[in-house]
Write a protein that binds this ligand. Structure first.
Ligand code: TA6
Length: 294
C-alpha cells in the first residue's frame, strides 16, 4: 500500500472483509476522514463539531476496479463517456486504479496526503499518453483537494476531468444551488441541448444532469430543510456538473438505495466540454477544490 512513514493521525485499514481494498483512516484534532487507495478517493470527511461534508452510499460496492459511489471520485483523463469508444470506462480509469501514497505530512492545522498515479501498459491501452497525476488531500477544519497533472511524454495531450463530489442533503426538493444563475448549461438528459441561463438558483424536481461550461467556480448548496450550507470554491475549474439521479435512475443503480436520491446531490468541479485542457509535453497544471460548511 505505502512505503511512507505514517504520522499518528493516519491509520491503515480496509474497506472490505477480503482485504482487497486498502484505505486510510485519518483522525486529527480538526477532522476525521476516510480515503480509499483505489482512486485516491476521499470517501468521508467530517470537521470537528460539524455534520459530514460528503455523502457515501450505504450500498456502495467495495470491489477492486469498481467505482465507489460517494465521496469525491476523480473522473480522469476524461469526463463522461469516452468520446470515441463507448467500451472504455465512463469517467476514465483513474477512479478504478489503486494509487500510491507518495507523501503524508502532519501539520498544526491539517493532515496532508499526496497520492500518485502514472501511466502503465493498462492506462496506455485506454489512453496513449505518458503522465503523472498527483492528488493531494488537505484535511483540517476545511477540506481541499488538488489535482496536478504532468505531461511526461513528448507530445501534447488533451484531458478532461471532474472531482465528482457527492454531498448530503436533508431533502433534495428543499435544496437550492447558488452561483450558476447567470450560466447557460448543457442538459445531458436532453441530447446535450444547450440551454440558456435560468437567472435563478438551481432547484430540483426531477432527474437533473447538467454541464455548465465557463463557470466561475464559487457555488453554495443551501440545505433549506436542514441547517447551514456547503461552500464550494474551485476557480481553476471552469466546468460545473450538477447531478441528481431521482427515482427511476436510482432504482437502476445497484449501489444506491431506492430512496437515496432524496438525500444526496452532486456538484462536481472540473474542466470538461469546451473547458477541456491541453497540456504540452513537459507541462503540468494544478486544479484545486476547497469545500467547507458554514
Ligand atoms: O455526474 C454526472 C454523470 O455523468 C451522470 O451522467 C451519472 O452517470 C453520474 O455521472 C455517475 O456516473 P457513474 O459512472 O459514477 O455511475
Amino acid at each position: 500500500m505505502t512505503h511512507v512513514d505514517l504520522p499518528a493521525s493516519i491509520r491503515p485499514t480496509w474497506l472490505d472483509s477480503a482485504r482487497l481494498m486498502p484505505a486510510l483512516q485519518i483522525r486529527n484534532t480538526h477532522c476525521d476522514a476516510l480515503v480509499s487507495l483505489q482512486g485516491a478517493q476521499l470517501l468521508s470527511f467530517r470537521a470537528a463539531g460539524q455534520k459530514p461534508l460528503l455523502w457515501l452510499s450505504e450500498q456502495a460496492a467495495y470491489l477492486p476496479g469498481k467505482a465507489i459511489r460517494g465521496g469525491i471520485p476523480l473522473c480522469f483523463p476524461w469526463f463522461g463517456p469516452h468520446a470515441a469508444d463507448p467500451q472504455k470506462p465512463a469517467h476514465g480509469f483513474a477512479r478504478q486504479r489503486e494509487w500510491t501514497l507518495w507523501q503524508a505530512r502532519e501539520q498544526a492545522d491539517h493532515t496532508a496526503l499526496a497520492f500518485r498515479l502514472s501511466d502503465d501498459d493498462a492506462t496506455r491501452a485506454l489512453w496513449p499518453h505518458a503522465f503523472v497525476a498527483t492528488l493531494t488531500l488537505t484535511l483540517g477544519a476545511t477540506l481541499s483537494v488538488t489535482l496536478q497533472v504532468e505531461n511526461t511524454g513528448s507530445t501534447a495531450f488533451r484531458f478532461s476531468f471532474a472531482l465528482h463530489s457527492y454531498f448530503p442533503v436533508t431533502d433534495i426538493e428543499s435544496v437550492r444551488v447558488e452561483g450558476l444563475e447567470a450560466q447557460g448549461f448543457i442538459d445531458q438528459l436532453q441530447n446535450d441541448a444547450r440551454c440558456p441561463a435560468e437567472q435563478a438558483a438551481i432547484r430540483f424536481s426531477r432527474e437533473t444532469d447538467r454541464l455548465y461550461e465557463g463557470a466561475g467556480g464559487y457555488y453554495r448548496i443551501v440545505d433549506e430543510a436542514g441547517d447551514g450550507s456547503i461552500r464550494i470554491a474551485a476557480p481553476s475549474c471552469h466546468s460545473a456538473i450538477v447531478w441528481n439521479p431521482w427515482t427511476e435512475k436510482t432504482q437502476r443503480l445497484a449501489d444506491m438505495a431506492n430512496e437515496a436520491w432524496r438525500h444526496m446531490l452532486c456538484v462536481e468541479c472540473g474542466n470538461a466540454g469546451r473547458d477541456t485542457i491541453e497540456l504540452a509535453a513537459g507541462q503540468q497544471r494544478a486544479f484545486r477544490l476547497q469545500l467547507s460548511r458554514d
